[in-house]
Ligand binder design. Structure first.
Ligand code: CP3
Length: 323
């Protein structure tokens, strides 16, 4: 599951109290290995995701960030040509050796019993944080740049695409067997602008990674991406992460047999009864069909979810057999 190392686990919440800095939890291998393994030990999923963040490689490009409370803060935000020109090439080994160490340790610990997943942020979504200075509701600062100084934004997106491709390859070389790219906020663009500011850079990352590692499955996720399924597949990814804004049967029909899918149960379903969780999970499995489906939620587990309900979701999937 995405965000499986999630905030809903009590062992995680206790560890986070002892180590209140997110950057420490995600950049100290001892901690990030431990956190990554918590859900593996509890639920035995088919995949174990690196505990990290999409912003983690930014300091290595000259863009420091902090997560003082809930959301990320980038101060000063990137808004001028001088600042964007100063964004530099990412030396993964020099600036993010902890990611390699964590992936290597996970691979060893899990020992082939589950797939190790790495992940990265897509250029457009990373740019929203850098230009807005953090999370946003309306994305007016980045859109103003897109619509008044497009060349400036294109310069930044190109640098991010090349660095993120290198970072993806670094994760695969360190042991990631699947990679997922999050372009969480690309769905906030009109389709016209998505095709100019998001899609070409997603594709640039996918093409560069595929040139080196053609057989490593690549997953793409966009928040509220239901209307973008065909566009997501057109980047050349192997697996489209589907959220609950679209029915899984319809998603399969629209994507055709060559594209695999991940998803798409509403995480709020896990706030319901055990029977309800099983019913909705089986509905998704049936609709996705026999092959090419990673059964998952459409997004991360909400922090208020009882761990027992998460366990029931896993059990429902693990006990299921096609007849
Ligand atoms: C809160 C936040 C952070 N970083 C970010 C946010 C969202 C803010 C916003 O809505 O604009 C940015 C971010 N980080 C991640 C994404 C892509 C996934 C998505 O769309 O939700 C996005 C958009 C992946 C992630 N970010 C994280 C993971 C993996 C770890 C996990 O399983 O939670 C992933 C895939 C971890 C993360 N990242 C962060 C924290 C505090 C945590 C750990 C959980 C916690 O302590 O509460 C900081």
């Amino acid at each position: 599951m995405m965000r499986q190392a999630g905030r809903y686990m009590k062992v995680y919440q206790e560890l986070a109290k002892r180590h209140p800095s997110f950057r420490e939890r995600s950049e100290n291998p001892e901690l990030s290995i431990e956190i990554s393994l918590q859900p593996w030990r509890a639920f035995r999923p088919d995949g174990v995701i690196l505990f990290s963040d999409i912003l983690t490689p930014l300091p290595g490009m000259g863009v420091p960030f902090d997560i003082p409370d809930r959301g990320p803060v980038i101060d000063p935000p990137l808004r001028t040509k001088e600042q964007i020109d100063a964004v530099h090439e990412l030396d993964c080994e020099k600036t993010a050796p902890f990611v390699r160490e964590t992936l290597q340790a996970l691979k060893k610990e899990v020992d082939g019993q589950a797939a190790i997943l790495g992940f990265v942020g897509a250029p457009y979504t990373l740019a929203t944080y850098c230009i807005e200075g953090g999370s946003s509701k309306s994305y007016t600062t980045i859109k103003k740049m897109a619509f008044t100084e497009p060349q400036l934004l294109h310069t930044l997106l190109t640098k991010f695409a090349d660095n993120i491709a290198a970072y993806c390859i670094f994760q695969i070389d360190a042991g990631a067997q699947v990679v997922q790219m999050f372009d969480s906020w690309a769905g906030q663009l009109s389709p016209l602008d998505y095709d100019v500011f998001a899609a070409p850079y997603q594709k640039r990352v996918v093409d560069k990674v595929k040139a080196v590692h053609p057989d490593v499955p690549f997953i793409m996720y966009i928040s509220q991406g239901g209307m973008l399924l065909e566009r997501m597949a057109a980047t050349g990814v192997d697996i489209v992460s589907v959220d609950w804004t679209v029915d899984m049967a319809e998603a399969r029909k629209r994507l055709g047999p060559k594209v695999m899918v991940q998803g798409n149960i509403d995480p709020a379903v896990l706030l319901g009864s055990k029977d309800f969780i099983a019913e909705r999970t089986l509905d998704t499995i049936q609709k996705a069909g026999r092959t090419g489906h990673i059964c998952n939620l459409g997004h991360g587990v909400y922090p208020s979810t009882p761990e027992d309900n998460v366990a029931h979701f896993f059990k429902t999937v693990q006990d299921f057999r096609w007849d």
